[in-house]
Design a protein around this ligand. Structure first.
Ligand code: 6GU
Length: 291
């Protein structure tokens, strides 16, 4: 596997995380796939302690908001210095230039993590996985001086409609969801694309006839339920259909389960999902069974 992996992925993606809590990441980046991806040099994660870019005795990173109000705001100078240490300045071109000599490397994508951002999706994870370098600035719940957003950031990103006390958990989420899409990071090259949300938005319009085969991916539906041994767990038996080796029947059952789970937990996804004629029949039956 090692040789094949080397051919598939020679590049290393780099994440730079600017934070006042570098220690937060000690466990999340030293476990499982994220740890292995770093060990294999597929991903490099650098942590930057914002307090290292202060110059006063108290290593002050925040201050009271102009205009009054609750809480403290991350002040701009330490953030500007932290970004400068990464070679990022307000004037750094953010889009590939069309002029003259080719760029040495693509400019880093600078992202401010905040509850005010656009919502992170699998589509954005896929986009980020194609970049060389992503800089994540962890905001505080109270806020970051807006001039940092204006001068340095390509986008403001949130991981969902709830409030965190800081951007650190969001940075861990963005790194995890992104790095597992880098070729070579998952043992099975394809498996990341077969789970819930795994199909590219562009593919969702494609109409699939009959029972979709596994090659079609999840089609924007939630994943089907999984079972393993023992066949009998307390009162509950694993579904018989999974045990009889009829793969067409198994595929059909799994697709039905995907529709069932999506209908129950995320009915909003059904409106955008690629549904075959067979899917629509199954969905109609499920809806009728509900009424
Ligand atoms: Cl990125 N930051 C904060 N503070 N809250 C959030 C968030 C980020 N994403 C969702 N809620």
């Amino acid at each position: 596997m090692g040789g094949k992996r080397a051919l598939l992925s020679s590049r290393c993606m780099r994440f730079d995380i600017v934070t006042i809590f570098p220690g937060y990441f000690e466990s999340v980046f030293t476990q499982g796939i994220v740890r292995r991806a770093q060990a294999e040099r597929l991903v490099e994660i650098r942590l930057h302690d914002l307090r290292d870019f202060t110059h006063d005795r108290h290593r002050t990173v925040d201050d009271r908001p102009f205009g009054g109000g609750e809480g403290m705001v991350l002040k701009p100078e330490p953030l500007a210095e932290a970004l400068a240490s990464l070679g990022i300045y307000p004037m750094t071109p953010r889009a590939p230039t069309t002029s003259g000599a080719q760029a040495q490397s693509a400019p880093p994508r600078v992202i401010l993590l905040s509850a005010q951002g656009r919502v992170f999706t699998q589509a954005l994870a896929r986009e980020l996985a194609g970049l060389e370098q992503v800089v994540l600035i962890c905001g505080r719940y109270e806020g970051v001086d807006e001039r940092i957003n204006e001068l340095y950031c390509d986008m403001e990103l949130s991981i969902g409609d709830y409030v965190l006390s800081g951007g650190e958990p969001a940075a861990a989420v963005v790194v995890d969801a992104t790095m597992r899409l880098i070729p070579g990071v998952l043992g099975n090259e394809a498996s990341g694309e077969f789970e819930s949300f795994g199909v590219a938005d562009a593919e969702i319009d494609v109409d699939v006839e009959g029972v979709p085969r596994s090659q079609h991916g999840a089609g924007g539906l939630l994943d089907y339920p999984h079972y393993t041994r023992p066949a009998e767990f307390g009162e509950l038996r694993a579904p018989e259909v999974l045990m009889n080796g009829d793969h067409a029947q198994i595929r059909r059952w799994r697709r039905e389960q995907q529709l069932k789970k999506t209908l129950k937990n995320r009915p909003d996804l059904l409106e955008r999902a690629a549904l075959s004629t067979e899917d629509r029949k199954m969905l109609k039956a499920l809806l009728e069974a509900n009424n």
